[in-house]
Design a protein around this ligand. Sequence first.
Ligand code: NAD
Length: 502
Amino acid sequence: MKIARPDSLVETVSPDVTSFLAAPLAVIGGKSSPAQSGETFPVYNPATGEVLARVPACGPADIDRAVAAAQEAFEGPWSKMLPAQRQGLLLKIADLIEAHGEELAQLETLNQGKSIMLSRLIEVQSSAEYFRYMAGWATKIEGSTLDVSIPIPPGMSYQAFTRKEAVGVVAAITPWNFPLNMAAWKIAPALAAGCTVVLKPAEETPLTSIRLARICLEAGLPEGVVNVVTGTGETAGAALVAHPGVAKITFTGSTGTGKRIGIQAMQDMKRVTLELGGKAPMVMFDDMDLDLLGPATGIGTFFNTGQTCCAGARIYLQRGIYDKALEVIAGITRSLPLGSGLDPRNQLNPLVSARHQAHVKACIAKGIEDGARPLIGGTAPDKGFYVAPELFTDVRQDMALMQEEVFGPVVAVTPFDDPDEGIRLANDTRYGLGASLWTTDLNKVMRYVPKLKAGVIWVNSHNIPDQNMPFGGFKQSGIGREHGRGALDNYLETKSVCVAYR
Ligand code: NAD
């Protein structure tokens, strides 16, 4: 079913979704597949806390099968496809994501909890656009010709060139905050480059990734090019990372898991891209346009109920606007409706899991215990995994609230006096994924953007990635960049070829 208007209410769940939920199996070598052990585990509806479906609890044996299928496809039919054929298939996948758009959006909201509006606009529409964007790169892979100065043996001349070659089987491991979109960020560039993929989605939210693998088959992708294996990080994830048949790991998730995966990858010298956690600052100067506090709060901080890696979780307000801006931000925070994602009027939704709900509540309790002052103190529905948004003042820079990722609707606000101090506080964290500056003074923009230590800097906006804008972290927010042409390079090896002639 084609996607509905982004802001329309879901009154009844599509029958396609209901029938899919009856048997969401892994996709290995083009076939829907239970775990070899026959075991399954539940996935939940965060809005009710009830079991939504059961998925295969895959383990090392299933990973072996999936990697073998991906290797076979890589050596076989996929390697014989012309770049233009890969481009055509990626475009077809994009069309089919749109054609099944409403089903995918409803599935995502039921499984992840997020607003149906975000599911439609980001998970579905932006994922389709991502496949289209990456389709274009499939036909633009190029090396260069190199003049070389090799003097021996006498009488020989040389010409060298580089080739860009697909790295091989890609292990893609994704988090639960944007399940379909994260799968697209990994699968689309890998396919454009000519790689094959084994994707291990987060155990909380595997459903749309399974559906995407089926869409890839429907588009005509050869069997084994895209495999989706469901399971926990400790079993399926770890087995995938360690598998000798995997050439490249692309991981998005927490910094702790990323470090473990990075260390493991180095054991075998696998190529690795790590997109990790964040604790993004928003630095607001006295001369900012205060009308922008609406989008700053709604999109910058509370987008996806704060479950965004570059959410503006630390707001630094220059003293001259502190009282006024804090009042506006607090007013907006109090006004955001909290409820089921199936009703697009709810701008805040349940968190993804009971475990994450407990983590966010513990972060709030720790903030209070450390002496920070909660301004909102709202209430949340008892049923489901809800947490009311909270805004803290009197937050010292060394408190967990300023240093550790909450990954929920919890924001720390603090004043600063001069701009250099604001930038120093913004940089004072182990993370460096995103940051923003808010000012109407171009001089300040040009002066302070180079001083912020983060992979993406927004000016007078926050938390809005684009497919053509490199995305990734400084410091402990990761290694490598996704998006843009660079995303393709993540999946390519450079081979130098040196030709001697007389
Ligand atoms: P997580 O690290 O717990 O899990 C991410 C994925 O890794 C899951 O699929 C999980 O099953 C898997 N995993 C866990 N242990 C593993 C292991 N030992 N070996 C292999 N795989 C393993 O993260 P999460 O809680 O799912 O996601 C939230 C985190 O993701 C936050 O820290 C957030 O900032 C980060 N994130 C970063 C970006 C980015 O682009 N930088 C985007 C989204 C989310």
